[in-house]
Design a protein around this ligand. Structure first.
Ligand code: PMT
Length: 222
C-alpha cells in the first residue's frame, strides 16, 4: 500500500487566479490556470492529508480532495482562508492573488464615453503573510512567481513573510509558470534548497509534495 505520511494532517491550499471586478461584466485577472495548485492538492491528498482546496475561477476537472471552496476575488479568498487557518496544520499558497483591486467597482456597466479612463486600485490583504503571522501558525509553504531575479526575490519573500518553505518559478517566458502543462521550481527553506527541473505539473507536484513532507516532519521532530 502507498505510504501515507500526511495521514491526519489538516491542510489548506489556495489555487488559481482571483478576479477583481471593475463593473458587473469586467474584471482584472491574471494568467493562472490553477493547474499547479490542483496537481499539488491531489499529490498531498495521495499522501494522506485532509485537503481543503480554496480555488479561484478555473476551468479544470474536479480534483480528488476532501473539500473544495470556490471563490472569486482576493477578498473572498482571504475570508475563506482566514475562517479555516487556525484549524489547519499545513498551509500552501499556490494561488496567484491579485495584489490590488479596483477601489469602487461600478454598479452598472462602464460606458465608453471618455477617451481616457483612470482606474484607482487599492491593496488587497496578503493572505499568506497573514496566515504566517498568526499566533500559532501552521507550517507554511508559499510560492513566488517572478520574471527576473527569481532566487533572490524568493529568498526575500521567505524571510519577510516568515515562511517555512517557498517554491519559486519563473513566469512570463515561453515555458513553465502560468498556463502551461509544465513547470520548474526552485524550492528554498531556511537551511536548504532543491532544484526541481522542468517537468509535467502532475509529476512536479508529487516531487514538491515529498519535499514538503520531509520538511514538515523535520519541523515537528524539532
Ligand atoms: O495556475 P498555473 O497556471 O498552473 O500557474 C502556476 C503559478 C505560476 C500560478 C504558480 O506556480 C505560482 O507561482 N503561484 C504564485 C503566484 C503569485 O501570485 O506569486 P507572488 O510572488 O505574487 O506571491 C507570493 C506568494 O504570496 C504566493 O504564495 C501567493 O499565493 C501569496 N499571496 C500573494 C498576494 C496576496 N495578496 N496574497 C497571497 O497569499
Amino acid at each position: 500500500p502507498p505510504a501515507r505520511p500526511l495521514a491526519g494532517v489538516r491542510l489548506l491550499l489556495t489555487a488559481g487566479p482571483t478576479r477583481e471586478p471593475l463593473d458587473p461584466v469586467r474584471f482584472l485577472g491574471n494568467r493562472s490556470s490553477g493547474r499547479m495548485g490542483f496537481a499539488l492538492a491531489e499529490a498531498l491528498t495521495e499522501l494522506g492529508a485532509h485537503v481543503v482546496l480554496v480555488a479561484g475561477p478555473v476551468t479544470l476537472p474536479a480534483p480528488r480532495v476532501a473539500e473544495r471552496v470556490d471563490v472569486e476575488t482576493a477578498l473572498d479568498m482571504h475570508g475563506a482562508v482566514m475562517e479555516r487557518a487556525a484549524d489547519c496544520d499545513l498551509f500552501v499558497a499556490t494561488a496567484a492573488v491579485a495584489d490590488y483591486r479596483p477601489m469602487d467597482p461600478a454598479e452598472n456597466k462602464i460606458k465608453k464615453n471618455a477617451d481616457e479612463l483612470t482606474l484607482r486600485l487599492v491593496r488587497n490583504p496578503d493572505i499568506l503573510a497573514e496566515v504566517a503571522a498568526l499566533d500559532s501558525p501552521p507550517f507554511t509553504v508559499g510560492f513566488a512567481a517572478e520574471t527576473d531575479h527569481v532566487e533572490e526575490y524568493a529568498r526575500d519573500k521567505l524571510k519577510r513573510k516568515k515562511l517555512d518553505m517557498i517554491a519559486a518559478n519563473q513566469v512570463g517566458g515561453t515555458h513553465g509558470g502560468f498556463e502551461r502543462a509544465e513547470n520548474a521550481l526552485t524550492v528554498i527553506w531556511r537551511d536548504g534548497q532543491r532544484e526541481l527541473p522542468m517537468m509535467d505539473k502532475t509529476q512536479l507536484a508529487r516531487e514538491l509534495a515529498q519535499l514538503i513532507v520531509e520538511r514538515y516532519q523535520e519541523h515537528h521532530a524539532a
